[in-house]
Design a protein around this ligand. Structure first.
Ligand code: FE2
Ligand code: FE2
Length: 295
């Protein structure tokens, strides 16, 4: 798959299914406009810019609750902790559970393995097995990093699951969430340390799938630019990182997705929490094949 960069800028009761483990979750429908908050790379336990990653996360939660208390659910795309330890996980969970947002979905990033394995993440957050969440005709596919090391990796079993799950949901609006990005899409995903492996198998699966949007983190903005957004074939790719100032980002940022029932597009708005403002220059309109139906 080669880049045909053509990103479009501007201006305009969930059931967890199909997982390698089984989960159920629910939330109240938020009406005709569904807001979903996406963040990544908070690095709880690492102090940079004068604050711990968990504090940047706490400030961002307060910022979003002030103006967007109607967020239906939130997604955290990995590197929740810096060192994978218990206290860092606890600091994330305490803020998450006090955020006012009732439903959260996570994937593990490479830093969740910094204790040698992701056992503490699995014990306190959720399994690293892939899982799917269906919300009307939106299908969210969550892919954790499944192996220690900087590059992301899916097991062969998870690749099989992904292939079957994508086939099962043809005809719906599919959104994939992972920590590392898909190869040859957003900024630096031409570097083997920055994309999800096995890239050839994943590319083959994607080639016969209808994925509308792929969200990832891992590569922190320094600064954020249009290179963090890409459009390849009919899929839009957005790097949402990062929530903290870790690795010299200089600001805490995230992404708010807006789904309007009946619309054939999603609006992605980039938020800078330090200034408590959206960054209209990075607003993206994501075209969809199917009009949005909300649960
Ligand atoms: Fe990170
Ligand atoms: Fe990472």
């Amino acid at each position: 798959m080669k880049n045909r960069r053509q990103f479009i800028q501007l201006s305009a009761s969930a059931a967890v299914v199909g997982t390698l483990g089984a989960q159920q979750s629910s939330f109240s429908p938020a009406g005709k406009l569904r807001k979903v908050w996406i963040l990544s790379d908070l690095h709880s336990g690492l102090v940079e810019g004068g604050k711990d990653g968990a504090e940047w996360f706490s400030l961002a939660c307060k910022d979003m609750q002030k103006e967007h208390s109607d967020i239906a659910y939130a997604l955290t795309l990995g590197d929740i902790t810096h060192g994978g330890n218990e206290q860092q996980l606890k600091n994330y969970i305490t803020t998450r559970d006090g955020s006012g947002i009732r439903t959260w979905y996570e994937v593990a990033g490479n830093h969740e393995y910094h204790g040698g394995n992701a056992d503490l993440y699995i014990k306190s957050i959720r399994s690293t097995d892939p899982y799917a969440v269906v919300d009307g005709n939106l299908v969210w596919i969550f892919l954790s990093d499944e192996k220690a090391g900087v590059p992301g990796e899916l097991t062969p079993k998870s690749c099989d699951w992904l292939e079957a799950e994508l086939a099962k949901h043809k005809g719906k609006n599919i959104i994939v969430c992972s920590h590392q990005g898909a190869k040859d899409t957003t900024f630096r995903t031409d570097n083997a340390q920055r994309y999800l492996h096995p890239a050839d198998r994943i590319a083959a699966i994607m080639a016969k799938s209808d994925i509308a949007l792929w969200l990832s983190g891992h590569e922190h903005h320094t600064p954020y630019s249009e290179k963090h957004i890409a459009r390849v074939r009919d899929t839009t790719y957005i790097n949402v990182a990062s929530m903290s100032h870790a690795y010299k980002t200089g600001s805490s940022q995230s992404c708010l997705l807006e789904f309007q029932a009946g619309a054939t597009q999603i609006i992605a708005r980039r938020r800078e929490h330090d200034t408590q403002k959206f960054m209209p220059q990075f607003e993206v309109i994501i075209p969809l094949r199917h009009a949005i139906e909300l649960a």
